[in-house]
Design a protein around this ligand. Sequence first.
Ligand code: ATP
Ligand code: LTN
Length: 329
Amino acid sequence: MKRMVSGIKPTGELTLGNYIGALRNFVKYQDDFDLYVFIANLHCVTVPIEPAELRKNLKDAIALYLACGLDPEKCTIFLQSDVLEHAQLGWLLTCMTYMGELNRMTQFKEKTHNQQDESIGAGLFVYPSLMAADILLYDADYVPVGNDQKQHVELARDLAQRFNNRYSETFVVPEPKIAEVGARIMSLSDPNKKMSKSEESNKGCIYLLDDLNVARKKVMSAVTDNLAQVKYDKENQPGISNLLEIMSSLSSESIESICSRFEGKGYGDFKAAVADVVCEELAKIQSKYHDIINSDMIETVLKDGAEKAHKQAFKKLKKVQKKMGIDIM
Ligand code: ATP
Ligand code: LTN
């Protein structure tokens, strides 16, 4: 079985973008791949965050992983900080990463564009090296992510190759795995921006734990256009195209079929249908979430997951330390 590794960084409540672009795919992959998924809590502290809020987000994220259908019998679920090797290999790879490479990372630029250097945490800058460690520790063949993470996975590839060339074959060179539909769900209030949990206003972002009436309202007031046609045209109709992607990926109905079903109908009808599909999906997830969050399942899942991940990570780190000469014997 080929191996897959991916992480989610719950700096806020998980969103419909996270679900469509990442989580939902993990659930499909767990049957055919040796899947490792973790909560990237070390990545969460690259930006300031209140401890109580972070702790709640982490717990919710695990409960949501499980509620969305990840099965601890089929995949390994763990908390990044429970496996100490991530931070160790992260440092070693940071030492092999060039400033120029990190300077080119678009996510860093986007997240810091209106801040002064004096107040930007260095962790945010070197974060892609830690992400490379998350992936390379497990010899991942594939990394299922949304489009925004492609550049980071490419850095992980470059670092794997650099290490292999410098110290001999050690790491598997991973490939990003990006779904064709839904890899970049856009904000409902600004369809030119990614739907993001760290968005300033939350009108454009549907959270997996949103009250269903709130979620419905967000869809109904999504920004569209005045062309009055349900057509997939990202350039001229970004809002409608985004709603089409959301509906198609949640219902498995093709975009063409949805477009022909709504030919000649108004945007109100179309949005109501999208809202129905979204609310139906959220209702299923939320009901499972409530059962899980009130049980002791999370603790057991994380303990077993960390044990299994640690076994793999420990072997890899030892090999790396030996090759770099930082061990004594
Ligand atoms: P932020 O929104 O604060 O930038 P994030 O949601 O991108 O954070 P994560 O929670 O780590 O950060 O993302 C987890 C996964 O969800 C990643 O694979 C990411 O590519 C994917 N993802 C996030 N937002 C979207 C989106 N709008 N559309 C599709 N995939 C997304
Ligand atoms: N950087 C990612 C989260 C993340 C990740 C990873 C994804 C951290 N480590 C390893 C895949 C593999 C993000 O911000 N979405």
